[in-house]
Design a binder for this molecule. Structure first.
Ligand code: ZN
Length: 462
């Protein structure tokens, strides 16, 4: 948030913070005790830090239907990120995501499939540009550099940045390298080479259950990495496989990021980074933007996961099928929420009525015997931040949500609740300087370095 506006007294702010915080389980608004003096002081301190920081969330999905004249981000649309919610929660900057899902269509890796993906990507770039140029230029502006981001923030406006999730729309060897430059010019400042499912450029983390296509990066993927360094676009390793990340680190001349990943030591899912990956990221000078995505923050017990796997196999369902879709549980369901594109057909829909009823009964029995964990909270999320900071140091850790793409934890379910993250960081004893680093300092340092490396490569080529 900006500090330039009129500041009410710290006590009023503290009281407001208390009112906005959620009651603990079992408490209602009426039974919740008043904050103690120490708590009031802590909330006021956190509020000051939050207001002065440049708070940046590196991963928010979009739905192009929310960028029209009658329906757009100047309204609270009921999704997780929009301008009223950013204002309410003091979220200053957001990477909006040009996401295109990996196609499994027959022509997915042919010219027609690539064309569809490219068209979809362009519609998302255009939606973001429409927001910052036409719909709400007085409230939010697109940043192409770190200096832009700081200038826009100082004006009291929100900062929009663009990240590209899945480089699949780059197409084949005829177009891929040239489109890196094109996407950069359209404002893209980071890009991942794969999403869920292998692309023409890289293996995805999902290969852990389905097998590998490239054993890391494809030859074309390696060329794209080189070109991203040349253009000054950050390389994002959230979603690509571990081997892909390790090969990327062999090639890149600039620091890389994981735009929305959590810690595998605390939640054993293939989307998260293990200790070896974290150490490699540190050696590279990169940053992990720890993601507040409930099922990447907190997973089922090993026992429950085994039981779910056995049930899937018994009902001949593909690995990763979410057996409790309503819960969006860690069993693999990573629904993209209201902001994302379609996820393809649900394998459960293919079951006959009788089989479906039998499966439901078995899932209910399983839930009774090995209950699913309670949904992850801000505290669970900050446990991942603590772990990463202890492992690789404060300089390499940042914050992301994956809002409107399935993200959110109890207490940080939308941009409007962003203060709760700062409050928990203050509770854990982080200083203002450290919190500033995690909210944007580290990420912007990497973005700056990546652009400097590009300038150096350009100069060397002359
Ligand atoms: Zn993602």
């Amino acid at each position: 948030m900006q500090l330039s506006r009129l500041r009410p007294s710290v006590f009023a702010i503290a009281a407001l913070g208390w009112l906005m915080s959620s009651p603990a389980p079992g408490q209602t608004e009426r039974t919740r005790p008043l904050p103690t003096a120490a708590e009031t002081t802590l909330i006021a301190k956190a509020r000051g830090i939050h207001d002065r920081a440049l708070t940046l969330d590196t991963h928010n999905d979009i739905n192009v239907n929310n960028f029209g004249f009658s329906r757009n981000y100047t309204q609270d649309l009921g999704n997780q990120v929009n301008l009223p919610k950013m204002n309410k929660g003091g979220l200053d900057a957001s990477f909006f995501i040009v996401y295109v899902g990996q196609s499994s269509a027959d022509d997915g890796f042919e010219a027609s499939g690539y064309q569809r993906a490219y068209d979809e990507a362009l519609s998302k770039f255009e939606a973001i540009h429409r927001l910052t140029r036409v719909l709400a230029g007085d409230q939010i502006e697109l940043a192409r550099t770190v200096a832009d981001a700081r200038r826009i923030h100082a004006l009291g406006k929100k900062v929009a940045l663009i990240g590209i999730e899945n480089a699949y729309p780059l197409g084949d060897e005829r177009t891929a390298v040239a489109r890196v430059k094109e996407f950069y010019e359209r404002g893209g400042r980071y890009m991942s080479l794969a999403h869920n499912g292998h692309s023409q450029l890289s293996d995805s983390n999902t290969g852990e259950t389905t097998g590998w296509k490239w054993n890391g990066l494809s030859p074309l993927g390696k060329e794209v990495i080189v070109e991203m360094n040349r253009q000054g676009m950050m390389i994002d390793v959230s979603h690509p496989s571990k081997e892909s990340m390790m090969q990327t680190l062999q090639i890149t001349k600039a620091p890389i990021i994981a735009s929305h990943s959590a810690v595998r030591a605390l939640a054993d899912v293939s989307r998260n980074l293990d200790d070896e990956q974290l150490m490699a990221l540190k050696a590279n000078g990169g940053v992990i933007q720890v993601v507040a995505f409930a099922s990447y923050v907190k997973t089922d017990s090993a026992e429950r996961r085994d039981a779910i796997k056995a049930l899937r196999e018994e009902f001949k369902l593909p690995p990763g099928t979410n057996l409790s879709p309503r819960r969006g549980g860690p069993g693999g369901g990573v629904g993209r929420g209201t902001g994302g594109a379609g996820r393809g057909p649900n394998p459960l829909a293919a079951l006959g009525d009788e089989q479906r009823a039998a499966l439901e009964k078995r899932v209910a029995e399983l839930d009774a015997r090995l209950p699913p964990p309670a949904r992850a909270t801000v505290k669970d999320f900050v446990d991942h931040i603590d772990y990463a900071v202890k492992k690789i140091g404060i300089d390499h850790v940042g914050i992301s949500s994956d809002f409107d793409g399935g993200g959110g934890v109890d207490g940080w379910n939308g941009a409007d609740e962003t203060f709760n993250v700062t409050l928990e960081l203050v509770r854990r004893g982080y200083t203002e300087a450290q919190i500033d680093q995690m909210w944007s300092g580290n990420l912007l340092r990497v973005m700056d370095e990546v652009q400097k490396v590009a300038k150096g490569l350009l100069a060397a080529a002359k």
